[in-house]
Design a protein around this ligand. Sequence first.
Ligand code: NDP
Length: 282
Amino acid sequence: MSATIIDGKEVAARVRAEVAQAVAELGERTGRTPGLATILVGDDPASEVYVRNKRKACSEAGIGDHHQHLPADATQEDVAAVIAEANANPEVSGILLQLPVPKGLNGKELTALISADKDVDGLTHVSAGRLVQGAPGLRPCTPLGVMELLDRHDVALEGAEAVVVGRSDLVGKPVAFLLLERNATVTMCHSRTRDLPAVCARADVLIAAVGRAEMIGADYVKPGATVIDVGINRTENGLKGDVEFDAVAERAGLITPVPGGVGPMTIAMLLRNTVTAAELAS
Ligand code: NDP
């Protein structure tokens, strides 16, 4: 293997320690504790695990826990009322509505009700607009985690060819705008892109956010490129990324593994966003 492996667990642990310190400093300076309201509707086991992990990470960093659990038969109005309450609560710096919400509820409409200044997932229309226009605001956590990994490994972005495979609102689009903000030359690819391997092979920085196990092979990768694999795919052979790790690691300069790459960064950046929101509010 020639590539250096980017250890997301290690970087995430450092970010979390920095967040804990920032929480303590904010407390000393303002007497206030940042708080996160996680809102879980229904009993989806995977969502319960995600929310539990987020709450645990928050409390480890000293962030206040304002969790709300609503039953699966909660109405759109019930959830909207909980969001309105959290928007108005000065103890709550950040609000996270765990998606997907149960059938019958409209997750997009509910997300849009979150105050942009508390939108620690960065998924509201206002947050997306702020990102596109380069205005200050909260950015989505996984894309922020990707940028943090690049920065902590001194990956040069200015003028670099960056190719993002995937154009979701959650990952592909925001990561492309964050790269553009840093003066990379960004190409966004998707399911209709012609000759994807050739487009990807131009990249100095290749971000895979597709959701197809091991789709990105060595022929997609320029020798020495930095390859960030956002994909999480459950297969018969365990958890796999979008990148064919062993083959690509022979060719890339830097590469993230799955698991242990981008995954651990998402919660770390959620914690950081919560502190950022609290700092902005104070
Ligand atoms: P989506 O399904 O919303 O988007 C997938 C994107 O990939 C779409 O834009 C789609 O194109 C594109 N795509 C699909 N097939 C191809 C193909 N054959 N060639 C080129 N492009 C293709 O997924 P998400 O963005 O939400 O997630 C992507 C992956 O990242 C998933 O594996 C997900 O589990 C993972 N993930 C990981 C996180 C983490 O914390 N590490 C957090 C969030 C997601 P089109 O728009 O044309 O349909």
